[in-house]
Design a protein around this ligand. Structure first.
Ligand code: SAM
Length: 232
């Protein structure tokens, strides 16, 4: 993969970036995504944030290789602290991490989201943590996507400021995804429910501590919720 040949997953993430947005890609790794957006004339200015030195240096090299130093600023920083107020960033992208880590990054840097109007988040797992974070912090879901690439299933959750109420099922599977129910969605939840059944079975013979009891109850509730979705 290079700046021009992006994975389908990251291309899909890019499709939610508005023309001429000023973006910060947090956890940018090689900075493929910001380079791609600039090279394809979708954005003119981007920040690539990385907390680990190796990927940070790789991002610097890539930006230089593509001659994009005027357009992509690479910063070694933890989470949203890569953003400076004078950047006028309006769109934050965080892709390729767990939903819980993405929520923690958003929490820690929440003060830096003042001028940001769109969050494009691509959790590799536990998207529910992001939907929960959105509700608690007055962001609403404006779009969602789910895709299968190389037999891995990825979700994308796009947030804008605003309040919205979601029920338990919507928080778990996504209000937009549930209404489209594409093949990747069915595949994801079929795999997930198979795994839950396996865990439930393995807990049958375990000593029933409070924690085990509560885990079992959660699994049974979730299986019932998803069971209805998959059967209709
Ligand atoms: N965003 C790219 C993608 O979707 O392909 C790279 C994903 S890679 C699996 C996750 C990257 O996030 C790693 O390069 C890691 O160093 C970086 N990362 C993890 N926690 C971070 C944080 N708190 N702040 C900035 N970068 C972080």
């Amino acid at each position: 993969m290079n700046s021009i040949q992006l994975s389908n997953r990251l291309k899909k993430v890019c499709s939610y970036v508005k023309e001429d947005a000023v973006i910060a890609d947090i956890g940018s790794d090689h900075a493929y995504l910001p380079c791609y957006l600039v090279l394809n004339n979708k954005v003119n200015k981007a920040i690539a944030g990385e907390v680990v030195r190796g990927p940070y240096e790789s991002a610097l090299r890539n930006v230089k290789k593509n001659g994009l130093q005027e357009h992509v600023s690479v910063r070694l920083a933890n989470g949203l602290f890569a953003i400076e107020p004078s950047d006028d960033v309006d769109t934050v992208i965080i892709a390729g991490m767990g939903g819980t880590l993405i929520s923690t990054i958003l929490d820690k840097g929440i003060a830096l989201l003042g001028n940001v109007s769109r969050l494009i988040l691509q959790p590799n797992l536990h998207a529910q943590a992001i939907r929960q974070w959105a509700v608690e912090n007055k962001w609403k879901i404006v779009a969602e996507d789910i895709l299968n690439e190389d037999d891995k299933i990825y979700e994308i959750v796009v947030l804008e400021k605003g309040s919205e109420v979601y029920n338990e099922l919507e928080l778990l599977v996504g209000p937009f995804l549930i209404s489209s129910k594409n093949d990747a969605f069915i595949e994801k939840w079929t795999r997930e429910t198979n795994e839950w059944r396996r865990v439930l079975k393995s807990l049958e013979n375990a000593e029933e501590t409070m924690a085990i009891k509560s885990k079992k109850e959660q699994l049974i509730t979730n299986l019932a919720l998803i069971g209805k979705v998959l059967s209709t």
